[in-house]
Design a protein around this ligand. Structure first.
Ligand SMILES: NC(=O)c1ccc[n+]([C@@H]2O[C@H](COP(=O)([O-])OP(=O)(O)OC[C@H]3O[C@@H](n4cnc5c(N)ncnc54)[C@H](OP(=O)(O)O)[C@@H]3O)[C@@H](O)[C@H]2O)c1
Length: 286
């Protein structure tokens, strides 16, 4: 089966590598062409455009930054849908708003193709190990066909409903990890004001099972050293995800005050020019 993969960023690169290593024939496209080199060296074929990739793929996976990028690579003038044969399965694994995902799915369906939203929980470490948690929205029969490919990237896979459902859940769950980082920042500021040592506070925190956070622990070294580059999950993407999440919540009539205050914190980091820093930067307050 020919699998096309669009978007070889921090996450896409290791995810596509796992698809290739599992034995699928892989075609890759990335807007910045240099990023295809590592996968081509492993045996993937490069495509000159999403459209060219679509012509040759039975499954097209996208892992791009945001809703604009998704629209561009699937529905743009050089988009993968233009080249796709009827029956092609599109799987978007990016974090995008549910309504945009549903609009893309509707256009894909008009062309006789299928779409799943399959955003992931877990960061670069889990992506490298093929241990992402994959949330899937869309038709169960389509998922059955795509499942062998998805299983190369994640061990846990949950079908949560129709198109857009997985995007919604992803945004709701994402806010939890980002809030944990933010509240740890307040804790560290508070304990430092009391003259307590940052290293020891972090050590004790890790030892207390009751309030440990795996999301925080994958970043403990960064937080201890207060060095937030290179990132595994950027402040820019945190702002994007929280903004999408709050908009999705508003459409249901909810105002999420905690998520809003966490978003303000990440926005202020962006304003300080730290958009490319890891989200752990939110622990350096004061
Ligand atoms: N990092 C994480 O821990 C994590 C975890 C779960 C989910 N996610 C989600 O996964 C997605 C990718 O995240 P990432 O961390 O891999 O981000 P990233 O490293 O910034 O990669 C983004 C990718 O999107 C491409 N792109 C952006 N705008 C584009 C456009 N207009 N046209 C075509 N391609 C475009 C980029 O191409 P260039 O190389 O040319 O810039 C790059 O390949 C995001 O939706 C993110 O929220 C991330």
């Amino acid at each position: 089966m020919n699998v096309g993969f669009i978007g070889l960023g921090l996450m896409g690169q290791p995810m596509a590598t796992n698809v290739l290593k599992a034995g699928f024939s892989l075609i890759v496209y990335n807007r910045t062409p240099e990023k295809v080199k590592a996968l081509v060296a492993l045996g993937a074929r490069p495509a000159g455009s999403p459209m060219a990739l679509g012509e040759d793929s039975e499954i097209v996976i996208t892992m791009v930054s945001d809703h604009e990028a998704l629209w561009e690579v699937i529905l743009g003038p050089q988009g993968a849908l233009i080249g796709a044969k009827p029956g092609t399965i599109f799987i978007d694994m990016s974090t995008v708003p549910p309504d945009v995902s549903c609009s893309v799915a509707s256009e894909v369906s008009k062309a006789g193709c299928h779409m799943l939203d399959a955003p992931v929980m877990g960061s670069v470490g889990a992506a490298v190990k093929g241990e992402l948690t994959i949330l899937v929205g869309g038709d169960q029969a389509v998922l059955q066909k795509a499942e062998p490919v998805l299983r190369t990237m994640g061990k846990a896979l949950y079908h949560v409903g129709g198109n857009g459902g997985a995007c919604f859940l992803k945004l709701a769950l994402n806010a939890i990890g980002l809030t944990q980082i933010e509240i740890l920042g307040e804790t560290l500021l508070l304990t430092e004001r009391a003259g307590l040592k940052r290293d020891q506070v972090l050590e004790i925190l890790s030892a207390i099972g009751l309030i440990r956070s795996p999301f925080v622990e994958t970043r403990l070294e960064k937080i201890r050293k207060q060095e937030y580059l290179p990132p595994t999950f950027t402040v820019r993407n945190a702002v994007k995800d929280l903004t999408y999440g709050l908009k999705a919540a508003e459409k249901t009539g909810l105002k999420l005050e905690t998520a809003k205050s966490v978003l303000d914190r990440y926005r202020s980091l962006m304003a300080e020019g730290k958009g490319q820093h890891d989200v752990a930067a939110a622990t350096s307050l004061g």
